[in-house]
Design a protein around this ligand. Structure first.
Ligand SMILES: [Zn+2]
Length: 624
């Protein structure tokens, strides 16, 4: 009781200090697109600007926005900027980078915003999910940074936006909004919240569903007019249920929007279904696709996707993976972040050191939640997801820069190029950290518990100190965890993949040399044609050490890869029948499974003999 009174008193005094008197009020007219540009009006009387000591008022467009980790300079897209005083007189304006300096107190601003989708720029191209699109009567992607600036120091004022649009279009956003006729009004807590809630204005193709008490909406615009929201829902449904189970029904949001812009590339369909492959089509495809920022960007209550449609079901392939990743960002950084993100500096952005937490753990949770929820098997997780991460992570220069150094400097060379490792090495850091936490707490806690504890403490509106979070994290687990951060996160040591996976009963070798199950064709003393026709390969020559009994001309049905690794793998001494078409007749040749000395890179498999401790940690790792 005492505590809550104290908190109330504190809240009261805080709100008295930060009393909000004005608001940022914008109008945008989407009914009149001229040269890919739309007109924006700012009512600066509502901002209640104080008196500037030097008589200048600075109106800024963001240099970048959270989550993109790249310089975007949105000021480049603003044209014909005009400022007027209360009597309607034009004020002098000068521009430097993303900032307009206005001489005298403005009452009204007017300017035109060009879209980034069609802008002919090469340097610091805007990643499409953070970009803007002005396509009359069809689609507008309003990432606020590309349209709406702010007066320096007034980012905390509430925001209102009035959109003038055709009545057949509707703006989908996580922001509160009201629509009537040609107008839709949006409201945000402050400028940060406004930028965190992109709006896509288009003809509605939406599907909604409930998840852990939250209303989730999938909204889609496709350039070719395909209705996809229902198909996307079906594609992500089981994965979303797995997330719900992983979060134990405790979703930190009550509404969420998946916003999709689907680019039409069906002209290249033949490249994907193999019906006709022409060099010309390939070159055309490469030219058209080069520099396209296919991908997604996360926000607190929404995420924006810019994905290609190559015809057929290609647009849905892999859709679940990217949706899960973005959705998990509601934990980090959106529910747990440092000052650098919480109080984002749009003019001179400062990056946080903790991309291992924001991107690494998000990507790790995206994968592990799917095993825990039964969407993929433990073997698929190990041999596909985890192995893929290990293989790609090995390409990054651990010894040259630590993960935290890379994060902090990610806007600059040479760190910029190393950003991609957040999804590989970052996810592996998540996996190993999870294992170490379970080990140190004897299964009492896991990574998910620690993240939730921190999320409950900080949440979307409080920020942690960038220099103190590791210490706090360690204090929630065990003092020995400090060494993990010192060596692998802030330090430059190679990740201890083999020894850590061993703790959960998984064997891993970077370069394995030893017995492997012999493939009856590939590891045999026979030569086969390289071409596989109708799922069959033809034996061309048979050597004297052949151990199956092939004859030249035999057509051998190809064998399932799972027979050679994973839990269904063959055991030495076992006999299997191999189907062979010989002289037009189907026959079966018995193969007594043998081993062959061989090498394999990044060989990962479940250990045959596990200690009880290893087995129980493995069980914890793979279940919710
Ligand atoms: Zn991400």
């Amino acid at each position: 009781m005492k505590n809550s009174i104290l908190v109330l008193a504190l809240l009261y005094s805080l709100s008295a200090f930060s009393q909000k008197t004005g608001s940022n009020s914008y109008k945008i007219d989407l009914t009149n697109v001229v040269d890919d540009r739309v007109k924006v009006t700012v009512d600066a009387t509502l901002t209640k600007l104080g008196n500037s000591p030097d008589g200048k008022y600075r109106f800024n467009f963001p240099a970048t926005i959270p989550g993109t980790y790249a310089t975007l300079d949105y000021g480049r897209f603003i044209h014909d900027f005009k400022a007027f005083d209360a009597s309607g007189k034009t004020l002098k304006v000068s521009k430097k980078k993303n900032t307009y300096s206005i001489k005298g107190k403005p009452a009204k601003l007017e300017y035109w915003a060009e879209d980034s989708f069609d802008a002919k720029i090469r340097k610091n191209k805007v990643f499409e999910p953070a970009g803007t699109n002005n396509q009359e009567r069809r689609n507008f992607l309003l990432n606020a940074a590309g349209y709406f600036g702010f007066f320096e120091g007034l980012e905390d004022l509430p925001v209102s936006l009035e959109v003038n649009k055709s009545p057949s279009l509707y703006g989908l956003s996580a922001m509160e909004s009201y629509s009537y006729g040609n107008t839709q009004n949006f409201y945000a807590r402050d400028y940060h919240h406004f930028l965190d809630c992109p709006v896509m204005v288009s003809k509605p193709d939406t599907t909604s569903f409930m998840l852990g008490g939250a209303k989730v909406t999938i909204g889609v615009f496709t350039e070719n007019g395909r209705e996809l929201s229902r198909d996307i829902y079906k594609q992500v449904e089981t994965s979303m249920k797995a997330i719900e189970a992983f979060l134990q029904g405790d979703l930190p949001v009550d509404n969420y929007a998946f916003i999709f812009y689907i680019k039409d590339h069906t002209e290249f369909e033949s490249l994907f279904n193999g019906s006709e492959i022409k060099i010309g089509t390939i070159f055309k495809a490469l030219r058209k696709l080069a520099g396209k920022g296919f991908g997604a960007l996360e926000h607190g209550n929404s995420s924006v996707y810019y994905l290609p449609d190559f015809g057929g079901t290609t647009v849905l392939d892999g859709m679940a993976d990217v949706c899960i990743h973005e959705f998990f960002h509601i934990l980090t950084p959106l529910g747990l972040h440092s000052e650098e993100i919480g109080n984002f500096n749009y003019i001179e952005p400062k990056m946080s050191k903790h991309l291992w937490l924001y991107e690494g753990i998000t990507e790790y949770f995206a994968g592990i939640s799917q095993v825990k929820g039964g969407v993929i098997t433990k073997d698929e997780y190990l041999t596909k997801v985890l192995k893929g991460k290990i293989r790609s992570a090995a390409r990054y220069p651990t010894k040259k820069m630590s993960f935290t150094e890379m994060s902090e400097n990610v806007l600059d060379k040479p760190y910029k190029k190393q950003y991609g490792q957040v999804y590989q090495r970052g996810a592996l850091i998540g996996a190993l950290l999870d294992i170490r936490i379970m080990e140190l707490t004897q299964g009492e806690k896991d990574l998910h518990d620690i993240i939730l504890t921190l999320r409950d403490k900080y949440g979307p509106n409080e920020s942690f100190n960038d220099d103190e979070i590791i210490e706090e994290f360690v204090s929630l687990v065990h003092p020995d965890l400090q060494q993990f951060f010192d060596s692998y996160v802030t330090g430059r040591e190679e990740l201890p993949i083999q020894s850590y996976l061993a703790k959960v009963g998984v064997e891993y070798d970077r370069n394995y040399v030893g017995p492997l199950i012999a493939h009856p064709v590939n590891d045999n003393d026979v030569k086969r044609s390289r071409l596989i026709v109708g799922q069959k390969m033809t034996i061309k020559k048979v050597g004297k050490n052949d151990f199956v009994g092939f004859k030249p001309g035999d057509k051998v049905s190809i064998l399932d890869d799972n027979l050679f690794s994973g839990p269904q793998a063959l055991q030495p001494g076992e006999t299997i029948e191999i189907s062979v078409l010989r002289d037009g007749e189907n026959i079966q040749l018995p193969y007594i499974v043998r081993t062959v000395e061989g090498t394999k890179s990044h060989y990962i498999r479940e250990a045959k003999d596990m200690t009880t401790a290893e087995a129980s940690l493995q069980m914890l790792w793979f279940s919710n």
